[in-house]
Design a protein around this ligand. Structure first.
Ligand code: DC
Length: 244
């Protein structure tokens, strides 16, 4: 039996926090697949590619948009990315060509860029093997949009964590205010809705729960309540691991 727990869901549902808590509890590795797409977004912009060009819709397809998607796919194939544990914070940080991008990839703009490059089918193919390489002993908690439906479709435990768009926008607003950063609730909600729409309607690996996923709506739950539900579900599916 594979030792993989997949945690999929829309942005801002709390997947990152849940992934960290579950991985800490089990002593397992983490795959933050969104970070890979975010880094690719940064690499794309560094290569001078303008992601505001509509290269995704069928109607705008032409030789220029074809060249853009091919260039981004090449970048994905050769992405010089590494994840390293920061012993001070206990967090795994991403490096692109040796440069730490932990902060840079966490902005809303980086999320939008990631969502755009992630909608290109050949980009998703290019990043598939790299993601599967994270499946290492003693086990893996994989966070993303298609972990349970595509990348690790044979995972024994699949979670789909969701929350209303309003609730996710409010949480993000509070996070930014707590950091002392100005925020606009309406703009945050619109950004979340735009990203949801793109992630849910793309042609490959759209954001949907796997048929065998346990769906948790975190809108009215604390993170401890979510964690308790996920641990209960995991111990039903993999009774041996929590006893180790
Ligand atoms: O989880 P995140 O917010 O860091 O992800 C950023 C974007 O990357 C998200 O809007 C869609 C894309 N993504 C994806 O398509 N597939 C994944 N497995 C993870 C992220």
């Amino acid at each position: 039996m594979k030792k993989i727990i997949t945690i999929d869901g829309p942005s801002g549902a709390g997947k990152g926090t849940l992934t960290q808590l579950v991985a800490d509890k089990l002593g397992w590795h983490i795959l933050d697949s969104g970070a890979l797409y975010r880094i690719l977004g940064v690499a794309t912009e560094q290569a001078g590619i303008d992601l505001s060009v509509d290269f995704l819709s069928e109607t705008s397809k032409n030789t220029i948009t074809d060249t853009i998607t091919e260039t981004i796919t090449e970048l994905a194939r050769h992405l010089d990315v590494e994840f390293q544990l920061n012993p001070d914070s206990g967090e795994v940080e991403p490096f692109l060509k040796g440069v730490n991008l932990a902060k840079q990839i966490r902005t809303d703009e980086a999320g939008q860029s990631a969502s755009k490059v992630a909608a290109i089918p050949s980009v998703r193919d290019a990043l598939l093997a790299r993601q599967r390489d994270f499946d290492q002993a003693p086990g893996l908690v994989a966070d993303g949009r298609d972990m349970g439906t595509v990348v690790f479709c044979d995972a024994p435990v699949k979670i789909f964590l969701t929350a209303s768009a309003e609730c996710r926008a409010k949480r993000r607003y509070q996070q930014l205010i707590n950091k002392g950063v100005g925020a606009n609730m309406r703009a945050l909600l619109e950004s979340i809705q735009a990203r949801d729409e793109r992630d849910r309607t793309r042609s490959v690996a759209p954001l949907i729960p796997a048929v065998d996923a346990f769906v948790v709506d975190s809108s009215d739950l604390t993170i401890d309540q979510v964690l308790a539900q996920v641990i209960d579900f995991t111990s039903e599916k993999l009774p041996e691991i929590l006893l180790e």
